[in-house]
Design a protein around this ligand. Structure first.
Ligand code: HEM
Length: 472
């Protein structure tokens, strides 16, 4: 596969990405590539055209990268589109009763109940937990041999799980934390495989490989989570109203539907915890891993982040993430070049017209942030790394419907500010304390496997800067 930077492109630094083939892939090659790495399916035409139609064996697919048509699908006429069956089938196991999967009135009720958990004030109150997770990782890195090499992708997976553990279960996870983490990874390994059966639209009763393993993993999770919920219920019941650990679990158990006064059922609480862990874990880990990689390739931006971090990390915790504007711009640019959710899909319930093209009922609509964020009609130097696009003075030039790492409309990511705050704080802290350099023989390549991750991890050398800082 050719890389973008293999070409003669005078754009500035263009990080690794597949060079889109000139011709569309034929069906057999398309299915094989979708299975290997869906990112490599996008041909040059999709990065130039606002809307393209593709005939699939089970439906027509519309690849929509026209901001006006995107607004229609995800906002103005969102009621006409539901999450498509492939996406639902992949997500259904274990997450079926959670916000990511439910639809209609049930989704509306859950979204209302969960909104306060991710409100600005709540997310800001998690700053200390995010800094604590970064400190814990920094402590471990300082104990490594000099010039040790670590896989930054795996390390970021650890830190994001840690942040979720600290913000959901602030009083700890019952049982063995490593066992919990391994079960989580096994779960991702199974749901991360988009099978040919799914792509061909085979019905749910056709057994998929890995389902039995997934059920075993789920059984383990449900046991641990049920125990955590039961313990917390007992604790909250023994305390005066309004007291108790201030974390996402307490907020979830106390959440009431404003219109009915009802709280969530146990399967809904359990499914939403699993949803937060699944939706918030790999996505944020990949954002951080790509941000660290991009900074390792751009000494000018690394210096700017360091200067900002040295100033702001010693200041008040309140509002810290808002003051880290350069770091945040790097995170947002990483999300543009490597959006963790590389494609969103919907299925039309009734006919609709998108950019003058008729989509029949049952049509599959694909909006790929990966394509949108590098679209020739929407971005200047689309493949180049340039965080200045997201600095406060330039931010308003980024069109709302041209940049969708968190989606948009009613089903926009509920955890967007949580993720942005976490990635900004952790990136600033790690860049401040360490030199993180890519190993010369590292092969860096984006792979879409549920999330957009580095295919071979990110082997990087980590060296503490603390002595240099003290000497300075
Ligand atoms: C950089 C990190 C993240 C990215 C890129 C991301 C991306 C997304 C996207 C694109 C969607 C919309 C999917 C669609 O419209 O089909 C979404 C939904 C969602 N995300 Fe995130 N997410 C991130 C972090 C988080 C975190 C930290 C949490 C929670 C702790 C979370 C929880 C959710 C939930 C519950 C939904 C479903 C919302 C609904 O349907 O109402 N996400 N996310």
């Amino acid at each position: 596969m050719l890389r973008i930077s293999d070409g003669d492109i005078a754009q500035g630094y263009c990080p690794p990405a597949p060079r889109p083939p000139e011709q569309r892939l034929r069906l057999f090659a398309l299915l094989a590539t979708l299975k290997r790495n869906p990112l490599e399916c996008w041909s040059a035409e999709f990065f130039r055209e606002p809307i393209a139609k593709v005939k699939l064996p089970f439906a027509d697919a519309f690849l929509v990268h026209d901001p006006v048509a995107i607004k229609r699908v995800l906002v103005d006429n969102a009621g006409n589109y539901r999450k498509d069956p492939i996406q639902r089938r992949i997500l259904a196991t274990g997450l079926a009763d959670g916000l990511l999967s439910v639809e209609g009135a049930r989704w509306e009720a859950q979204r209302r109940m969960l909104a306060p958990l991710f409100a600005r004030r709540t997310v800001t109150s998690f700053t200390a937990a995010m800094l604590a997770a970064a400190d814990r990782l920094a402590e471990r890195w300082r104990r490594l041999e000099p010039n040790a090499t670590v896989d930054i992708a795996a390390e970021m997976t650890l830190i994001t799980l840690n942040v979720l553990a600290l913000t959901i279960f602030s009083d700890g996870i019952a049982g063995d934390y490593d066992e919990f983490r391994e079960a989580m990874n096994a779960y991702f390994a199974v749901i991360g495989r988009i099978g040919v059966l799914d792509l061909l639209g085979a019905p749910q009763f056709v057994p998929r490989p890995g389902q039995r393993r997934l059920r075993r993993t789920m059984g383990y999770f449900e046991g641990v989570i049920d125990q955590l919920i039961a313990t917390r219920w007992r604790r909250l019941a023994s305390l005066p109203a309004g007291e108790g650990p201030s974390d996402l679990l307490t907020l979830l158990l106390r959440a009431l539907d404003p219109s009915t006064g009802q709280s969530m059922s146990l399967p809904e609480v359990r499914s939403n915890i699993l949803t937060f862990l699944s939706a918030g874990h790999e996505t944020t880990a990949n954002t951080l891993a790509w941000s660290i990689f991009l900074l390792s390739q751009a000494s000018d931006w690394r210096a700017r982040v360091r200067e900002e971090a040295a100033r702001e990390l010693t200041g008040p915790v309140e509002g810290m993430a808002d003051r880290l504007v350069v770091t945040r711009a790097v995170v947002e640019e990483a999300l543009r070049l490597y959006p963790p959710i590389a494609a969103l899909s919907r299925m039309a319930k009734c006919a609709d017209t998108l950019g003058g093209v008729e989509a029949k009922p049952g049509a599959l609509i694909v909006i790929a942030p990966y394509v949108l964020h590098r679209h020739r009609l929407l971005w200047d130097r689309p493949d180049a790394f340039d965080p200045s696009r997201f600095l406060p003075q330039n931010r308003s030039a980024v069109a709302r419907f041209a940049y969708l790492p968190f989606g948009v409309g009613p089903r926009i990511c509920i955890g967007a500010s949580f993720a942005l705050q976490e990635a900004t704080i952790v990136l600033a802290a790690l860049t401040h304390h360490f030199d993180i350099a890519l190993m010369p023989d590292a092969k860096v390549w984006p792979l879409q496997k549920i999330t957009l991750r580095p295919a071979h991890g990110l082997p990087m050398r980590v060296t503490s800067r603390d002595c240099n800082e003290q000497a300075a």
